[in-house]
Design a protein around this ligand. Structure first.
Ligand code: MG
Length: 158
């Protein structure tokens, strides 16, 4: 078995939709980035690629490539699973933490689990999503951005 870790952060900006775990969350700002800037899904994808010993998502989806502009990050996650599968691994479980001063994440966790479970081919019970504030400390604490940590476990296929 192989473990991996991922981390991502994006700035919040006006005029953008807030997408976390593939779910559109009502908020006055959204995350800024080349893709849909879903930092939770990016952190999970990087944890899978890392566990497989592969380069990070920037390697597979360069932000200089116009074909990935505003891409749904669930597609990035699906590709990470495919790349791990090519090496003979499947995702066994993931665990994550979202760090956001606002909005409240809790009410959206069930919907995120459902989206992620579908892409990862896992039951919801194999997906951990937790949320915390940054206690007003630093830029995340000032609400300037949202960050996410993820770990995953890969197991040999079959
Ligand atoms: Mg990112």
């Amino acid at each position: 078995m192989r473990i991996g870790t991922g981390y991502d952060v994006h700035r919040l900006a006006t005029g953008r939709a807030l997408i976390l775990g593939g779910v559109n969350i009502p908020f006055d700002r959204g995350l800024e980035g080349h893709s849909d800037a879903d930092c939770l899904t990016h952190a999970i994808a990087d944890s899978i690629l890392g566990a497989a010993g592969l380069p990070d998502i920037g390697h597979f989806f360069p932000d200089t490539d116009p074909q990935f502009k505003n891409i749904d990050s669930l597609q990035i996650l699906a590709l990470a699973c495919v790349e791990a599968a090519k090496l003979g691994y499947i995702v066994t479980n993931i665990d994550t933490v979202i760090i956001a001063e606002a909005p409240k994440i809790g009410p959206h966790i069930a919907a995120m689990k459902e989206k992620l479970a579908e892409v990862l081919g896992l039951p919801g019970s194999a997906i951990g999503i937790k949320a915390t504030t940054h206690e007003k400390l630093g830029d995340i604490g000032k609400g300037l951005g949202i960050a996410a940590h993820a770990v995953c476990l890969l197991s040999p296929k079959g």
